[in-house]
Design a protein around this ligand. Structure first.
Ligand code: P6P
Length: 345
């Protein structure tokens, strides 16, 4: 065969089929689930890209279960994911940042063996200022009951540690629209070819460097953090003349998907720690559909993710919308931040 002039890129479908052939880790229902979510993300990207032209900017004048004002696109993205996934027979139920309770697949459709959780549009404060945003999703298997049957589904079925995830991913709506996916065998990155309407594999086996000189945190909260967090950031700011002996750079996009994608691409440490503003809250970010999927992806890329004390994927959830402190990214930095907190008890 003559030398190819253009690189041959495989589609998401081919990737999933080849993964199943070689590793047996993507059974038919999971493949269908991933393809349906990926197709829904394509539709969400079309609405996001239209912006004012689609009349989708601005507030929906409603609040979500978190008590946060919803953007129109938050609701649109949520509806797209629900409608895309409810009929396929691969899911038993869904849970979303935008819905208080779980959404059980209606009786008119067959029930499947998976549970899907998502933040339909993360970083929505950035929508109206045209900064990257994203969709985050997590896939769990519906637990079998003691009789080995999978009858009925309840919120309790969702409360599984992140280590139980069958798959996780995010779609980042940025200069490129990219889909990042793990099924527990490394991290694959796909770029949307809008002319073909296809997700094409542009990187397989993404790896996060163990060391970094770049940290991501909202510095305006510095005075509210616990001392170990203040210590870590102040040492970074002290640079080459301080205890770290090197200068650091800082980034904060206020869109977790965009910050995590940068870290997946070139390393770094992302931190949204507990702070004194609302001491009863463990953190701002949600465990089930933000921290867990991102922790799964980051660990599969050789990074680490803790809540400044424990591995995030080991945490036993107690509520669907519970919040958690998040430290994730380059392994050696995550371990340092976690060690400072442990030293401090
Ligand atoms: P702050 C977006 O609202 C989000 O949930 C994450 O995507 C992001 O990392 C964080 O909150 C930004 O929070 O307090 O800096 O606006």
């Amino acid at each position: 065969m003559t030398q190819r002039l253009t690189p041959k890129r495989i589609s998401l479908t081919q990737y999933l089929i080849e993964q199943q052939r070689s590793h047996g880790n993507i059974p038919a229902q999971l493949r269908l689930l991933i393809e349906v979510v990926a197709r829904a993300c394509k539709r969400i990207s079309i609405s996001v890209n239209k912006g004012a032209l689609g009349g989708v900017l601005g507030s929906a004048e409603t609040e979500n279960v978190q008590g946060e004002m919803q953007k129109k696109l938050d609701i649109i993205a949520n509806e797209v994911l629900i409608e895309a996934n409810e009929w396929g027979g691969h899911l038993a139920a869904m849970a979303s940042e935008e819905m208080e309770g779980i959404y059980v697949v209606p009786n008119r459709f067959p029930q499947g063996e998976y549970l899907l959780l998502f933040d339909p549009l993360d970083g929505s404060s950035n929508i109206d200022v045209n900064v990257s945003i994203g969709t985050i999703f997590s896939v769990l298997k519906k637990p079998e009951n003691s009789a080995g049957a999978t009858v009925g589904v309840s919120e309790a079925d969702f409360l599984q540690p992140g280590s139980q995830q069958a798959a996780a991913g995010y779609c980042v709506y940025g200069p490129q629209t990219m889909l990042v996916l793990t099924v527990g065998d490394g991290v694959a990155i796909f770029t949307l070819d809008r002319e073909e309407g296809a997700w094409l594999l542009t990187q397989d086996g993404a790896k996060i460097p163990e060391d970094t000189k770049e940290f991501a945190i909202n510095m305006s909260n510095l005075r509210h953090w616990a001392p170990p967090m203040q210590r870590y950031v102040e040492e970074c700011l002290a640079g080459s003349t301080g205890p770290r002996g090197k200068d650091f750079n800082m980034r904060w996009i206020a869109s977790m998907v965009a910050d995590v994608h940068r870290i997946l691409t070139r390393g770094g440490v992302f931190m949204y720690p507990w702070d004194r503003r609302e001491p009863k809250k463990a953190g701002k970010l949600r465990l089930m559909y933000e921290a867990n999927p991102m922790a799964f992806i980051v660990e599969q890329a050789g990074g680490a993710a803790t809540n400044a004390g424990q591995r995030i994927l080991d945490l036993q959830p107690t509520a669907l919308h519970e919040r958690v402190s998040v430290i994730l990214g380059s392994k050696n930095e995550v371990e340092r931040v976690t060690a400072y907190h442990r030293e401090n008890g």
